[in-house]
Ligand binder design. Structure first.
Ligand code: MN
Ligand code: MN
Length: 366
């Protein structure tokens, strides 16, 4: 294994040498980010031993999303802010846990990058010891050195210069893209650094696993019902093969499984809450994960177009999110197009006898 001893530090410096136009700013940014991730990993791992589990404060503190904040949400958010604000490389930050932009304090220098993050993804599962993570997205600010405004942050995902996520699971890992493929590192706690363990990850184009929260089935749109119905029909259905369902309900964990062995993930548009077209957040969940998925040869869509081409209108905007193995996602895109065109019939039509007789998800009231 030639890459066994390549540390993140060495990797970052070598990346700098590959792109001589880029100043050391970016490597400085990545190393302070890696420090923040190591600190959060430590806090998450110690959990109950340091009293870090459970809900924050009074137990009814909710964040801007209307979700209960966990103690570790707040701890992780503070670590991200404190470890990144002083470096001089960042012009401003935004987080799932803060309603507004975080301005860099006056006594620190401001740089040319914007850092947007979900400090602890999957945190509703933290008390049951399921894998959680930190997701981040890095953009260029339009006015380096100046205080950024909201409009500076509202850039489509295609403008990201770097994206990644950390996984706090049996091992702590860091998955990273700067637009040259996807590299993954594992934290060696004895050495204290991340080691490149999964260079240039590639998602298989076909897959036999799907991930979706089936309890929302009654709220799905017909193209999604059609797709899941075909998966369930297995070998005897139009797909001609059997599928397995895998659902961790922690976006980082589901993403890493798909990066490792393929699969398709769906948190599609649904009609559950008219104020929320879907659940996942565009700027610090769907965009960074999409950048990674595309860089690993996969595909990431809303159902009707590329996620990264959406023009964000607010910091905490939600977006339908479907991603994974290219051929599967392409098929789901096609199903949405056929539905929107009103194509009748066909073997996969959701009202077809095939769907009704073979799908376990048949809507009894329809
Ligand atoms: Mn999250
Ligand atoms: Mn979170």
């Amino acid at each position: 294994m030639p890459n066994r001893h390549k540390t993140l530090t060495r990797y970052i410096i070598e990346q700098d040498h590959l792109h001589p136009g880029v100043s050391g700013d970016f490597s400085g940014l990545l190393s302070s980010l890696a420090t923040a991730i190591k600190i959060i990993a430590n806090q998450v791992q110690r959990g109950a031993l340091i009293g870090a589990l459970g809900n924050a404060a009074l137990g009814d503190q909710i964040n801007v999303q209307g979700e209960v904040q966990k103690k570790l949400d707040i701890i992780s958010n503070d670590v991200m802010l404190q470890e990144n604000e002083w470096s001089g490389h960042i012009a401003g930050m935004a987080s799932e846990e803060m309603e507004d932009i975080y301005q860099i304090p006056e006594h620190f220098q401001r740089g040319k990058y914007l850092l947007i993050f979900d400090p602890l993804d999957g945190s509703s599962n933290i008390d049951v010891n399921v894998t959680v993570g930190t997701i981040f997205s890095i953009l260029r600010t339009r006015h380096p050195g100046e205080q950024p405004g909201l409009e500076d942050f509202l850039q489509p995902g295609t403008e990201q210069v770097c994206a990644g996520f950390a996984l706090y699971g049996p091992a702590t890992m860091l998955v990273l893209t700067t637009g040259n493929g996807v590299d993954c590192f594992t934290l060696d706690r004895d050495v204290g650094d991340f080691i490149l363990t999964h260079p240039q990850m590639r998602i298989p184009q076909d897959c036999k696993e799907f991930a979706i929260n089936t309890s929302n089935e009654r709220f799905w749109e017909p193209p999604v019902r059609r797709c899941i119905g075909e998966y369930l029909a297995g070998k005897t259905g139009p797909c001609g093969k059997d599928y397995n369902m895998r659902w961790v309900a922690s976006l980082v964990a589901d993403t890493f499984r798909i990066l490792t062995r393929g699969g398709v993930f769906l948190y599609p548009r649904d009609s559950k809450d008219p104020n929320k077209p879907s659940r996942l957040r565009l700027m610090y969940e769907a965009n960074p994960i999409s950048f990674i998925i595309e860089q690993a040869g996969g595909m990431a869509i809303t159902g009707r177009g590329r996620v990264m081409e959406l023009q964000p209108e607010s910091l905490h905007q939600r977006a339908p999110f479907i991603f994974g193995s290219k051929n599967e996602v392409e098929r789901i895109l096609q199903y949405h197009q056929e539905f929107d065109r009103g194509d009748p019939g066909g073997p996969g039509d959701f009202d077809s006898p095939l769907f009704s007789s073979r799908s376990l998800f048949r809507n009894e009231t329809q």
